[in-house]
Write a protein that binds this ligand. Structure first.
Ligand code: C5P
Length: 230
């Protein structure tokens, strides 16, 4: 069984504001996407990292990717949604991978991923048929709000926040993404929709998704604090 990574990076990052797509924002000495790619491409179990870009992405080629030589495969087949980008990526990589090979789908916007987190995902999921995801038990009290007012307190017992990587066999994930409904916001929700139950592998909050400008400062701090002496 082989392991591959698939990084959807065809979004515009509208919630961050600004003209440069989120995955290319400067962070700790490189474009944001370079951090996750570096961790995935240097993991000893991962054979290759597939990166899904928007067809008209004009930014990728302005960076130096030589340090990743031979470890990345660029697929210019991004779709209108994240799920569509992943589905297109799975189809484009199909010649290179087997149905039972594991695919770790990871957001370009989660730059603080570590080898330890990948190892935990592999250890927790590799013996499973379906697959699983990194996630964190919800710590805060959860409120449902409408029009700025609380209409309900949602019991947090058993609630988890989904992260990436999300690891599924290529065949299962391709099947799950045949039909794209708006309810599909991650790979696990697509797999759940075909009646399967992915595993939850407990991670930690350092694997945050950069969504709003302040998240950049937290990610920068995490990455800088890990950087050892040169
Ligand atoms: O915008 P958001 O943070 O939810 O995006 C998560 C990931 O999905 C990012 O890496 C983004 O580039 C990617 N994406 C994509 N195609 C889209 C929208 C988002 O590959 N159409």
């Amino acid at each position: 069984m082989s392991y591959f990574a698939l990084v959807p990076a065809a979004g515009s990052g509208a919630r961050m504001g600004g003209a440069l797509p989120k995955q290319y924002l400067p962070l700790a000495g490189g474009p944001m996407i370079s951090h996750a790619l570096s961790v995935l491409a240097s993991h000893p179990r991962i054979d290759k990292v597939f990166v899904v870009l928007a067809e008209d992405d004009a930014h990728w080629t302005s960076y130096n990717w030589l340090p990743f030589a031979g470890r990345l495969k660029i697929l210019r087949c991004g779709g209108a949604t994240r799920a569509e980008s992943v589905r297109n990526g799975l189809a484009a990589m199909a010649d290179a991978v087997g149905d039972d090979d594991w695919i770790m789908v990871h957001d370009a916007a989660r730059p603080c991923l570590t080898h330890t987190q990948i190892d935990a995902l592999i250890a927790g999921v590799a013996e499973e048929d379906v697959g699983g995801i990194l996630a964190m038990p919800v710590a805060d009290t959860m409120k449902r709000g409408i029009g700025g007012a609380i209409v309900e307190t949602v019991p947090r017992t058993g609630m988890w926040q989904a992260q990436t990587p999300q690891m599924f066999r290529h065949g299962v994930l391709s099947e799950a993404l045949v039909t794209l409904s708006p309810d599909i916001t991650d790979e696990a929700s697509a797999v759940e929709a075909i009646g399967l139950q992915p595993r939850l592998i407990e991670a930690d909050s350092s694997n945050l998704k950069v969504t709003y400008p302040f998240d950049m400062q937290i990610a920068e701090w995490i990455l800088q604090s890990r950087a050892g002496p040169a």
